[in-house]
Design a binder for this molecule. Sequence first.
Ligand code: HEC
Length: 186
Amino acid sequence: MSTGAGCWLAAALLLSACSDHGAWVPSAADAPAQASRRAAAAAARDQLASQLLGELTAALADGGPAKAIAVCRERAPALAAQVGSERHLRIGRTSQRLRNPANRAPAWATAAIASAAAEPTFFTGPDQQLGALYAIRLLPQCVQCHGRTEDLSAEVRSALRRHYPDDAATGFAVGDLRGWFWVEVP
Ligand code: HEC
C-alpha cells in the first residue's frame, strides 16, 4: 500500500515536472517542425559572425589588439542587439569560460554548454520557440586576447585586468572551443 502511494507520488511529481512552463526540451537537428526557425537562427548567426569578424579584423589592422578590445567590449553587444532587432529574435555570445559575466547564456543552454557541445544543438521552448547553440572555435587572430596570459602584450593584459577582473577567457589555443553563439527564435 505504502509502495503504491509512493509510486503515485513519484508519477505526479514527474508529470508536474513535464508540464513545467519553464521546460525546454532537446530538438533534433532535422526536426521538420523547427526547420524555418533553424534557418532563421543560422542566418542570424552567420550575419553576426561575419560582421564581428569584419570589424575585429579592421580594428586589429588599424590599432592592434589593445585598441581592438573596444570592438569586443562595445561593438559585439551592439551588433548582437542590432541583428536581433532586425531579425526579430534574440542572439548573443557566451562561453564556458566567460570574460564578461554579462555574457552568461540563457538557462536552456546551460547543460549543452557544460557538455561542451561541438555540433549545432537545438532546443524547443514552452511556446515552440527554438533555442540554438553554435560552437565558436579559436582562430589565430583571437590568440592575442584569449591565448596564454604570458603571451598577451602588457597593454592587453592591463586593459583586460581593468575591465574584466574575473576574466576566465585566456589560455585558449587555436582550434579550441572558445564558446558559442546562442539564438532564440520565437
Ligand atoms: C582585441 C582583443 C580580442 C580579440 C582579438 C578577440 N577577443 Fe573575444 N573578447 C574580447 C573581449 C574584451 C571580450 C568581452 C566582450 C564583452 O564585454 O562583452 C571578448 C568576448 C568574447 C566572447 C564572449 C564570451 C565571453 O567570454 O564574454 C567570445 C565567444 C569571444 N570573445 C570569442 C573570440 C573569438 C572567437 C575571437 C577571434 C575571432 C576573439 N574573441 C578575438 C577580446 C578579444
